[in-house]
Design a protein. Structure first.
Length: 202
C-alpha cells in the first residue's frame, strides 16, 4: 500500500480512463509492476543519475508514483508537498521544463532550500499523457549542474510517452472488455518528434 506521500499507480486510471471491468487491486498490481520496470530502465536509457515519476490522484494533485533512488524520491516528495518544481510546471504548462541548475533558478528557490543536500542539481521534467490528457510528469535528475541538450530533451519526452503507453497497456492487459491499440500505431506515436524546451529558471 502506498504511503500518504505516494500515489497508488491505479488511482490515476479511475478518473482518466473509461470504467474498468477488472478489480482495482488487479489493475494496481499489473500497473505497479510495469511502471517499476519502465522507471528503473529510464536511468540507463536516458543516461541520467536518477528518475522520478509523479501522477495525478483523485483530487488532481500530483503525487509520487515511482523513483529510482533517494535523491529522485526527495525531489518528487518535496515538489508534491510545496506545489513547486519543474515537474509541477511541466504538468501545468503541458511542456518540458529543463533546469540546468536548481541552485541558480530563482523560481525554484523554495524547492532548492528543501533539497539542496539531497544530491539533486539539474532536472529535466516532461509531461506524461494518456489519451491526450496530461496525467503526470517524468523527472530526470543529475547530481551536478548540466545544460540539457536538444537530444536529451527529445529522449526524455519520448520516454514520457512510453510511460503513458505503459499506463494504457497495463489496463488493457487486465481488462478484456477494452480494445487493444495496434502496435504499429503505438510505435509511430513513440517516434514522433517532441517539442524542444528552453533551459528554464522559471
Amino acid at each position: 500500500m502506498a504511503s500518504d506521500d505516494e500515489l497508488s499507480p491505479a488511482t490515476v486510471l479511475s478518473t482518466r480512463l473509461p470504467p474498468l471491468s477488472a478489480p482495482e487491486d488487479e489493475v494496481a498490481s499489473a500497473l505497479a509492476d510495469r511502471l517499476a520496470r519502465v522507471v528503473e530502465s529510464a536511468v540507463d536509457v536516458l543516461g541520467v543519475d536518477g528518475v522520478g515519476l509523479m501522477l495525478l490522484d483523485h483530487d488532481d494533485a500530483l503525487r509520487t508514483a515511482g523513483f529510482t533512488n533517494p535523491p529522485a524520491s526527495a525531489l518528487e516528495r518535496v515538489q508534491a508537498e510545496i506545489g513547486e518544481g519543474p515537474g509541477i510546471d511541466a504538468s501545468e504548462r503541458e511542456e518540458t521544463v529543463a533546469v540546468a541548475d536548481l541552485a541558480e533558478a530563482p523560481g525554484y528557490a523554495g524547492l532548492w532550500r528543501r533539497i539542496a543536500a539531497t544530491g539533486v542539481r539539474a532536472v529535466l521534467a516532461s509531461p506524461v499523457r494518456v489519451w491526450g490528457s496530461v496525467v503526470g510528469n517524468l523527472n530526470a535528475v543529475r547530481h551536478r549542474a548540466h545544460r540539457w541538450t536538444e537530444m536529451e530533451i527529445r529522449a526524455n519526452e519520448a520516454y514520457a510517452r512510453v510511460i503513458g503507453v505503459t499506463l494504457d497497456l497495463a489496463v488493457q492487459t487486465v481488462d478484456s472488455g477494452r480494445s487493444h491499440h495496434p502496435e504499429p500505431g503505438l510505435r509511430s506515436d513513440l517516434t514522433k518528434p517532441g517539442n524542444s524546451a528552453p533551459d528554464s529558471g522559471r
